[in-house]
Design a protein around this ligand. Sequence first.
Ligand SMILES: NC(=O)c1ccc[n+]([C@@H]2O[C@H](COP(=O)([O-])OP(=O)(O)OC[C@H]3O[C@@H](n4cnc5c(N)ncnc54)[C@H](O)[C@@H]3O)[C@@H](O)[C@H]2O)c1
Ligand SMILES: O=C(O)C(=O)C[C@@H](O)[C@H](O)[C@H](O)COP(=O)(O)O
Ligand SMILES: [Zn+2]
Length: 352
Amino acid sequence: MEMTVALEDNSYPIYIEKGILAQSDKYIKKVYQGNKIMIISDDQVYSYYGELLTNVLNKEFIVEHVIVPHGEQSKRFDILPSLYKALLDFKLTRTDLIVALGGGVIGDLAGFVAATYLRGVKLVQIPTSLLAQVDSSVGGKVAVDLPEGKNLVGAFYHPKMVLIDPETLRTLPKRFVNDGMGEVIKYGCIKDKGLFDKINSYQGFDELYQDIDEIIYRCVDIKRDVVERDQFDFGDRLLLNFGHTLGHAIEQYYQYQKYSHGEAVAIGMVQLTKIAEEKGLSPMATSDIIKDICTKYDLPTYSDVKTSDLIGAISLDKKNINRKLSLVLLKEIGSSYVYQSDLSLIKIKDRV
Ligand SMILES: NC(=O)c1ccc[n+]([C@@H]2O[C@H](COP(=O)([O-])OP(=O)(O)OC[C@H]3O[C@@H](n4cnc5c(N)ncnc54)[C@H](O)[C@@H]3O)[C@@H](O)[C@H]2O)c1
Ligand SMILES: O=C(O)C(=O)C[C@@H](O)[C@H](O)[C@H](O)COP(=O)(O)O
Ligand SMILES: [Zn+2]
């Protein structure tokens, strides 16, 4: 399966195909005629797929790698000098390529490095987690976290190509399959009731895996459409942030240690929809429907954090305009809108 994100000079192809990792040299040659490639990955992903990718790319290119510890803790500002140093040591030049091999942490981190090293070098995304395959590898948002908040230092920087190999999901720990399902549920909630109903109907992981290519394709296609219409996140793209106002603040509250991104987003989707129901901004019982599907995928729906403890991080949310929050709410499952509000709306609940 193939699609193109059409962004004029920044357009790029996405390929979704089982086994594509083993052919990545052929695909990358289509967009890269240079000879040096730096793979950026984490220890866990590299232990599964690093050797395979290196051997395949070595047929055509000179390949080096730099590895960071797995987990959100690596998506931080102060890790950057060690990555720039590795690129300098490899003498990577402006016409060379970085390949991001890993989940969303690696995609965002390597993407930020590619956007900033020498003011920008080429980037190819090879996402290996479900979350990265359905969401983070597409759309060009790259970033690192600060202790004060998620993704606070970043850029819009598009890859030259995205290679999605659903086979890699076979080694993904179950917690992170569920984590990715948090974002799939989000797509269903904001844009596609059919997708929501489909993932709600599965009896177990086998059924999910049977349809996984189709699910990835549908999510990526939604994201492609939104990004093409609102690349810089001032309109329709804000909808992709459903659940993230609270979710990011909860991740920050625990300093990115307790909840994974998809888990925090699940809490955010349910709790914000509850608030919206209380204010008559979403139909009653919508939050229960989201809660049920999140529970089905072992995602948390409540954190017990005081809303007063989240206000600092929420105030730094990038969707805020002139001190007004932009909250993504549901009209119903499958349809969403942006609602401008002040912090008092969040404060109507003591804990979320
Ligand atoms: N840029 C965007 O548009 C965007 C969108 C959504 C999320 N994000 C970001 O993505 C990050 C979360 O991504 P994530 O959930 O992929 O986390 P992650 O990158 O930490 O991956 C989760 C875990 O799975 C492991 N892993 C990944 N692929 C594997 C595989 N195939 N086999 C075995 N283990 C594997 C990793 O080593 C890690 O331990 C967050 O930082 C979030 O903010 C960005
Ligand atoms: O691509 C987008 O736009 C999104 O909002 C996708 C989100 O799933 C993702 O977590 C993104 O990184 C959040 O962006 P931010 O602008 O809120 O940092
Ligand atoms: Zn997200």
